[in-house]
Design a protein around this ligand. Structure first.
Ligand code: SF4
Length: 763
């Protein structure tokens, strides 16, 4: 069984770190030009502008220092209660997002009819008028032919106000095909909560009051949202409180969170559900659960108890998980005894086939110990109530279009709890089933980089007859655009934001331009208002009465919360009051209780005319199906999001590149991270060039011999390997999504990221 103590790890890290510093990645480019020009000589004007960050979905409040019209510093906003005036190491990269010399500078049209990876689109500049007219004409023709559902909208990371407007446009136009990136990131997590309590959402965790965290695949201080809050709370939990909160991390990789925790459990990949069920076994059989909570507010305990006792005795689970029975008993007893405690389900645990059941198994631990909607437990995110938009005006064409089946097969028996099955959209577009897509518009999307098996997206994008890309920068998906419409960066535009998985309490951040627009760009809200105005009829009506520009729309939506001048000055509205113990309203299940046996799934399957055996309604572990024969491909490829991966998936930022792998003190690339014993068997030394090969292809990179990787695992940081990005991202590192297979969590439709086997050998 694999084990490592902290002292051995630190020693090994120091050795490998020293070797690393001696040799750097060869691809490190020179910084040829200054990123920010010096302010002109003369009078200095200096001010702070309250706005918000969009380098990840936490969407923190920030204050931008503007000197002589140029943004020179980004700091936290002290009025924010979510981040308590702090932000994360990615926030200041916003300056390089703004001053990126490779940004798109004006609308352009493709002149090369050939499309494909690496093929020059031969874009030529056009006016905004021409771009909008051409798009409007095509949208009008599609609708006139009764085919609004053949419009597909791809959505990457956007401001909440942009998302609200995009969703309304889809509804008014009449397409069900709003394909967001959630199906690559969060849907299994959300579905696992829905199975238990009926809320299709991610949990909030009350870090300010907890005493114990058991984190399954949750990289809390590196990539887990809300990151800036997690970092601030981590300092409080571990240093500023008289009782230091204990943290145990379950992860096949020694993440930064594991490095800072009290205990790391290097679990066999894909077996978190078995561990969670074994912990439940100890809590149930030793009667350590919160009998009062379970009795009053839960149902299904008998069925759950039966499956737990029959199949998940720690001695039986130990060889599956690689975690000893002794450790399982110890952790279970600690978790039940230290109140309040949190069992946190992260993407590393749920990004698998059956990921929703894994999340369900982990979530149930919170119910067993009564950590549901209590101080220091799992809480329920309160979203702010913006001023309502006027009623949607729908014509018959819109109604008919929206009644069509979604291209991604969401809401069907294939994926009973899915909202968006992002990756399935590529296969449907390629096959032209259930109908061909005619027009697509991408809003900051880059699925050609971020979805497993990227080659399918290349094929899908080639097949689209007409594609419009809206984003500030060029990317792999933009390369297929027939028309490119550059949008401003988040430091140049209007919007409002909140954090979907957040602090529990509601907080809204105003996004206002810190500086004047640098280029000939148009924001997403303004583009959609313009298109809606040109399309006429019920679409135009659907956007009436809430302002004519982005600024007016933002003002309209937020005026019920605070007056405009205060918005401009403060930038943050907070409602910190959070009421715990809402047991009469939070459980949206048939029993109106927390369900250890999912009545919601039973009802949904009935609705869809599908039957299932009893196990389907209960949390359980199933051995994951892997791509690749174990003998031929003996290692499991896992990936992770390092803290400096910018979530716009552009990464053309030298500051982020310079310290990209903070754990390894290295930048400008990524490694194939291999355990030292495994590397020894394969005759691979630190920094050797290696091939990592799956049944779907192979990639070449440097090896990093790392004591913190499970011996059966190879780990690669995501975010590198761009093929169509700016000068500081293109051709740097590798993208593991190029060699992963396509699989889904069968409940939520989320893509599985970690079930591809590989072999590694010297290049
Ligand atoms: S947590 Fe996300 S939104 Fe907040 S400062 Fe960091 S990158 Fe920006």
């Amino acid at each position: 069984m694999f084990s490592i103590n902290r002292r051995t790890f630190i020693k090994l890290s120091a050795l490998t770190g020293a070797a690393a510093l001696a040799t750097r990645f060869t691809r490190r480019p020179a910084l040829a030009e200054p990123l920010i020009e010096r302010p002109p000589e003369g009078v200095i004007t200096d001010k702070y502008v309250a706005t918000s960050c969009l380098n990840c979905a936490t969407r923190c409040a920030t204050r931008v220092r503007v000197t002589n019209g140029m943004a020179v510093k980004i700091a936290g906003n002290p009025l924010s209660q979510v981040s308590e005036g702090e932000n994360c190491p990615r926030a200041h990269i916003g300056l390089q997002v703004l001053y990126d010399p490779d940004r798109l500078e004006g609308p352009m049209k493709r002149t090369n009819t050939a499309k494909g990876k690496g093929i020059d689109p031969k874009w030529t500049p056009i006016s905004w008028g021409q771009a909008l007219t051409e798009i409007t004409d095509r949208l009008q023709a599609l609708r006139a032919g009764g085919n609004p559902h053949k419009l597909v909208l791809f959505q990457g990371l956007n401001t909440i106000s942009d998302e609200d407007v995009i969703r309304r446009f889809a509804a008014a136009y009449g397409t069900p095909n709003l394909i967001s990136a959630e199906g690559l990131e969060n849907e299994a997590d959300m579905a696992s909560e829905w199975l238990a309590d009926g809320n299709f959402t991610q949990s909030a965790y009350d870090l300010a009051n907890t005493n114990y965290i058991l984190a399954f695949g949750a990289n809390i201080v590196e990539s887990q949202k809300p990151l800036a809050r997690n970092l601030r709370m981590w300092g409080k939990m571990r240093r500023e409180r008289p009782n230091r909160v204990k943290v145990v991390v379950v992860d096949p990789r020694y993440s930064i969170t594991a490095a800072k925790a009290d205990q790391w459990l290097p679990i066999n990949p894909g077996t978190d559900a078995a561990l969670a069920m074994a912990i439940a076994y100890v809590i149930i059989t030793e009667k350590l659960y919160d009998a009062d909570f379970v009795e009053k507010y839960t149902t299904g305990l008998d069925a759950y108890r039966q499956v737990v006792i029959e199949s998940y005795r720690p001695e039986k689970v130990a060889p599956i998980t690689g975690i000893s029975a002794e450790t399982i008993y110890k952790i279970a007893r600690e978790f039940a005894a230290t109140k309040p405690a949190i069992a946190w389900r992260g993407r590393g645990a749920t990004g698998w086939p059956n990921g929703a059941y894994t999340g369900y198994a982990i979530f149930c631990l919170n119910a067993l110990v009564g950590s549901i909607d209590v101080p220091g437990g799992v809480t329920y995110q309160i979203n702010p109530e913006y001023k309502a938009m006027p009623a949607l005006a729908e014509d018959d064409t819109a109604k008919k279009g929206k009644s069509q089946q979604r291209l991604d097969l969401g809401h069907t028996a294939d994926f009973p709890a899915a909202e968006t099955v992002t990756n399935q959209a590529a296969d449907s577009i390629i096959a032209g089933r259930p109908y061909p897509a005619e027009i697509a518009i991408g809003f900051n999307s880059n699925f050609n980089m971020t979805a497993p098996a990227t080659a399918r997206w290349e094929e899908a994008m080639k097949k689209l007859p007409f594609y419009v890309h809206i984003a500030p920068s060029v990317s792999e998906m933009a390369e297929y655009a027939d028309i490119v419409m550059p949008s401003p960066t988040f430091l140049e535009e209007w919007g409002y934001d909140h954090s979907p998985p957040g602090s529990g309490f509601a907080e809204v951040k105003l996004k206002q331009p810190a500086v004047a627009k640098l280029h000939d760009t148009m924001g997403i809200i303004d583009i959609i208002f313009e298109l809606a105005g040109r399309l006429g009829g019920s679409i135009t009506q659907s956007f009436a009465g809430m302002g004519r520009t982005a600024e007016e729309f933002v003002r309209f939506r937020t005026e019920n919360l605070m007056n405009w001048q205060k918005w401009l000055d403060d930038g943050v509205w907070v409602n910190k009051s959070y009421k715990y113990y809402k047991y009469d309203s939070i459980f949206k299940t048939p029993s109106r209780k927390f369900e250890f046996r999912s009545g919601n799934l039973e009802a949904r399957l009935k609705e869809l005319g599908k039957s299932a055996d009893e196990q389907a309604y209960l949390p359980h572990y199933e051995k994951a199906d892997f791509f690749g024969d174990e003998k031929q491909y003996p290692l499991v490829l896992t990936t992770y999001h390092p803290v400096l991966k910018i979530e716009s998936d552009v990464q053309n930022y030298p500051w982020a590149q310079e310290i990209y792998l903070a754990m390894h003190a290295r930048g400008w690339g990524n490694f194939v991270e291999i355990n030292k014993e495994t590397a020894h068997e394969l005759h691979i030394k630190d920094l050797d060039e290696v091939w990592v090969e799956s049944p779907f292809g192979k990639l070449r990179a440097k090896a990093r011999i790392f004591a913190g990787v499970h011996p059966h695992v190879v780990s690669i940081a995501m975010g590198q390997g761009h093929t169509a990005a700016g000068r500081w991202a293109k051709g740097i590192g590798i993208n593991p999504n190029e060699i992963t297979g396509v699989a889904y969590d069968r409940t939520s439709g989320q893509s599985a990221f970690y079930n591809t086997r590989v072999r590694v050998y010297r290049a």
